[in-house]
Design a protein around this ligand. Structure first.
Ligand code: GLA
Length: 766
């Protein structure tokens, strides 16, 4: 509900539903934020005004005689420098090179129409209600300049946006315009999701203090350094209790958010585009619309907040054609072949992938131009006929004849100097004015701010999509930007235009975003691409951290997650196939290794794995996600609902002489009786090495031909477990069967070892 309330105490705006509420008061023409968080009633408006002593000592009053006009002391939903609020500002305007205070004063409000939204920026869909508050400049020089604060109420989140409209006759420059500003009361920690290539979205938590904590990306993209999403948790909040706010931004470029506690105990939260190097012209008649900023709130800890944020992303961000639609099991050739393939090799992989149960075959990098390595070919769209003599059309027809969908990799934003595209159009390269372009992964970026470059990409990619009947696209981008500020900002708008033009008319294509893994994992991209490749790091133990971080902000269906080879290419870590699968189940699941090199036992295991996964795919991808209690160094992820839920229990290093391990499962009906069944997993004989000679009747060498042959064909079962009990018992925890500890082997033993894991299916007993 959105409601304006006028009474002798002032003008209030109540925005709220059962998930959260936001209460504003117009105080001396400014937007005071009385509340943002718990779902309160409209009757609470007045009590929230309080009667605290404001404007003491050297404080400045915006209106002399009105102690409530000391803006520095008020919680605000917007602020500007030069009005007496000395906290970090959400806006900076220049007039004739000088900082100017427009002094925006509330004028009117109304609902927001779809046509008023910028057609290029991504927007969340399906708001319950919207309102815009219009403020007009009281500065004599800037008559006609106005500010719009937009609020859109969704079922489980609030979305905000800021618009500056220059109907004055003065040219202005904008060096900062945030999407949202909010002053919250409470003591918080802030959790950010940071990293780099192959170590994205590791969560870091620090207390919010009087010093500013900034979460910012400046590499041109939302970045693998600092994801735009972050959490604020009230001191003491845990997985299932306490207040947690989740914040995020629908923007794929440089972003900036900051939190800082004020002298009176408010935490100022700013979210928006990074102001670094930004100086945008706002000429008379011009307007500037920020990306949308999201906030979700829960008093049920991180799990409660995730539930709301995931629902918002699944229902309001993901393109309509893919909402809650199960993603196909994907096979990708990249980690198996890199650039070294031909049609025969691809068809061999596709045939095996089909037998294993994969539904979509994706041809990754290397199908075009002279692309035998990452030094040539980017920017060209001619098919490499040496590798693919029957072209893409011929290959895709054969793949489809196998009963699989066909998908293709592109990196349309980049160009190699060794390409036809670059030789014809060196002037298309993105660089800072007058400076030489510099390389990343042997490539340069194309200047997407140029209309002719956008046209080239749209025409080239669309042509291929239509000719080869492509059902999936992996849209990659593999370097940081060479530009900052205005150019980097305009680049992202150019990218959005290109994505609209290619994919709006082809909603049936499943688009997967990628940027060297997770260098552009954000809500802006998710408005076009229902899933994003989370990281080039597919080591499941590394992925536990990466995916765990992502799940704090993004639902499982958005996170591309594949089984790859062991030992792993980046860590050399050897992990069981079962763990590689169990981690990838929690995501948009796929397989990415050379199937021609697998042992028969591994093929069998993958076939069983994929068949089992398909029975539970909906819950893994769209079920309510939560983290549960687990022993030290272990992690327990859960996805599902009251009828069926799946629990992944993951170990890193296991201790000798381990304590009894318990399985705790939340979110079930305490009164119903459930059956708990561990996913059947295989154990390789080779795991025991020379220890086997203690159990074999004749002494065999672990490295000898007999055991090597046995290892290729005959698995043992591992991790078997079943039980029946109430939802209440599962919540409190049930003991799992004993673990290997040098005690021999029997069928009820969970051997597993370092990096071992299990997935339990918990289903109501019928
Ligand atoms: C990036 C992607 C990989 C793969 C390669 C191909 O690194 O993240 O998944 O597509 O490019 O060059």
């Amino acid at each position: 509900m959105i409601k304006h309330i006028d009474n002798p105490n002032g003008h209030f705006l109540y925005i709220g539903n059962t998930a959260l509420s936001c209460i504003l008061k117009i105080s001396c023409g400014k937007a005071e934020l009385l509340h943002l968080g718990a779902p309160l009633a409209e009757e609470d408006c007045e009590a929230l005004c309080g009667d605290t002593l404001l404007g003491w000592g050297c404080d400045v009053r915006y209106r002399e005689g009105d102690p409530r006009s000391c803006l520095d002391d008020l919680p605000l939903a917007w602020s500007e420098r030069g009005t007496g609020d000395y906290r970090e500002t959400p806006m900076e305007l220049l007039y004739e090179g000088t900082d100017i205070c427009p002094d925006f004063v509330y004028s009117c409000s109304g609902s927001l129409k779809r046509e008023e939204l910028d057609p290029v920026l991504p927007h969340a869909r399906g708001a319950q209600e919207t309102v815009k508050l219009v403020f007009r400049s009281a500065n004599r020089l800037l008559q006609g300049l106005s500010l719009e604060l937009r609020f859109s109420l969704f079922e489980t989140a609030l979305v905000r946006q800021t618009v500056l409209i220059n109907d004055s006759d003065k040219p202005l420059q904008v060096t900062r315009l945030m999407s949202a500003c909010a002053d919250l009361h409470g003591c918080f920690t802030v959790s950010t999701f940071d990293g780099g290539w192959i170590r994205e979205t590791h969560m870091h938590t620090v207390p919010v203090t009087r010093s500013r904590t900034v979460n910012e990306s400046t590499n041109g993209f939302s970045s693998n350094r600092h994801n735009p999403g972050f959490l604020l948790s009230e001191t003491g909040a845990g997985e299932d209790s306490g207040v947690v706010y989740g914040f995020n931004l629908l923007w794929s470029g440089n972003h900036c958010s900051s939190v800082q506690r004020s002298a009176l105990g408010f935490t100022r939260v700013l979210q928006g585009i990074s102001p670094e190097g930004l100086c945008l012209d706002l000429l008379p008649g011009g307007r500037l619309e920020t990306p949308e900023a999201v906030v979700a709130w829960s008093d049920r800890g991180r799990n409660g907040m995730m539930k709301k944020m995931h629902r918002f992303v699944n229902a309001c961000i993901i393109p309509a054609a893919w909402q809650y639609r199960e993603r196909p099991v994907l096979f990708n050739n990249w980690e198996g072949t890199t650039f070294d393939f031909n049609e025969a090799k691809l068809l061999s992989l596709a045939g095996k992938a089909k037998k294993i149960g994969c539904e979509l075959f994706v041809l990754d990098d290397g199908w075009f131009g002279d692309r035998d390595s990452d030094t040539a070919g980017l920017g060209d769209y001619s098919v490499n006929l040496r590798k693919l003599p029957n072209g893409l059309e011929g290959l895709s027809k054969k793949i489809r004849a196998l009963g699989m969908q066909f998908g293709l990799w592109f990196e349309p934003e980049a160009v190699n100097p060794d390409s036809e595209c670059f030789r014809r159009h060196p002037e298309w390269v993105l660089s800072s004015p007058g400076a030489d372009a510099f390389y990343g992964r042997n490539e340069l970026l194309l200047d997407l701010t140029k209309p002719e470059v956008r046209d080239y990409i749209v025409e080239s990619v669309s042509g291929i999509l239509d000719r080869a009947e492509i059902q999936y696209v992996k849209w990659d981008m593999n370097r940081h930007s060479p530009v900052t500020g205005n150019k980097a900002y305009a680049y992202i708008l150019g990218l959005y235009e290109v994505l609209h033009r290619i994919f709006d008319p082809r909603p049936q294509i499943l688009l997967e975003g990628c940027a060297s893994g997770g260098n552009r994992f954000d809500l802006g991209m998710l408005c076009f691409a229902p899933q994003i490749w989370a990281s080039d790091d597919t080591d499941p133990i590394e992925r536990l951290e990466i995916q765990d971080g992502l799940f704090s902000l993004y639902p499982q269906s958005t996170v591309g997650a594949h089984i790859s080879a062991a030992p792993h290419a980046q860590t050399l870590r050897t992990t069981p196939m079962s763990t590689r699968a169990n981690v990838s189940f929690f995501g948009a699941f796929g397989i990415e290794l050379d199937l021609d090199r697998l042992k028969p036992i591994e093929v069998k295991e993958l076939r069983e794995t994929v068949a089992w996964y398909k029975q539970h795919r909906k819950d893994f991808q769209f079920g309510c996600f939560r983290r549960n209690r687990a022993e030290k160094d272990a992690l327990c992820w859960q996805a599902g609902d009251e009828d069926e839920t799946l629990c992944g229990l993951f170990h890193k290093l296991i201790p000798a002489g381990p304590e009894i391990e318990w399985l705790s499962v939340n979110g079930l009906d305490p009164a119903r009786i459930y059956r708990v069944e561990a996913r059947p997993q295989l154990l390789r004989l080779a795991a025991f090495g020379d220890l086997l000679r203690h159990v074999t009747p004749v002494e065999l060498n672990a490295d000898g031909p007999a055991l090597r042959l046995a290892d290729r064909h005959y698995p043992m079962r591992d991790g078997g477990f079943s039980a029946e009990c109430s939802g209440a018992a599962l919540r409190s925890g049930i003991p799992l069967s004993k673990r290997f500890s040098g005690t021999g082997y029997d069928a009820a033993l969970r051997v597993q070892g370092d990096f071992g894991s299990s997935v339990f299916c918990i289903k109501e007993r019928t």
